[in-house]
Ligand binder design. Sequence first.
Ligand code: ARG
Length: 287
Amino acid sequence: MSTNLDALVSPEAPVRTALKRTILMCKPSYFTVVYRINPWMDPAVPTDTSLAVAQWQTLYDTYVGLGFDVHLIDPIDGLPDMVYAANGGFVIDNIAYGAAFTYPERQPEGPAYMDWFRDNGFDVRVPEEINEGEGDFLLVGDVILAGTGFRSASNSHEELSAIYGRPVITLNLINPNFYHLDTAIAVLDPSTGSGTGDIAYLPSAFDEPSLAILRERYPDAVIATEEDAAILGLNSYSDGYNVVIAARAKDFERQLRERGYNPIGVDLSELLLGGGGVKCCTLELRR
Ligand code: ARG
């Protein structure tokens, strides 16, 4: 039976549901750029740690305002990239697959995050393969999208599927500016089951075979503009309705609104100097 109400719900803008998230963050108390492990980083450009902390605080406050359960790991002096908590591991079913970083500058972060997971009741799996956690692994429905090309080794994808018993889909990244999967794909609504889900991505970040997989699996995905991607606009975090994005990602913001999401802009310009944005500062903890 068709009612008047049905007519009001446009198929272009489905009703979205926010699900409360539990996340881990790390305050950028020691943030600076003293080495260069991605094209965004230039040690010659000065950074302002107190501005980084203030911008990060806005992100933290935004998440708290959305009702998220936000946990904090203590920052460590000498590990300036520790603020990018997404790289600290990957957590599903209370199992924390630890990170093993590509570059020596970040390697001590792996054990630091694993200690936090252990102290907080997670079942920690020490990694055998190089991987940078949720920076390269994204859960969409029941499927894990896994990036490789710059950081996480493709062998880590096998380790992932052995640990979680879920399908893992390998995607090859080809543009050094988008070196982690979470700089090239945003998961907007992961809760739609069987790996369908709603995502946004930047086509030029992937090789042809990977692009073919994305087109086939996500025919209705949001396609990000190069302009928005160039300020790491895709590096965003969604609870299924509210999507926290880079404030300057205007086309992305428009597309999200059209689809019934509630985009919330946050300015993390200082943390962009390290090559990270909203999502990089956010690690989801799935119990
Ligand atoms: N400077 C850090 C690195 O190059 C930035 C990490 C960004 N994190 C992310 N999840 N994309 O490793």
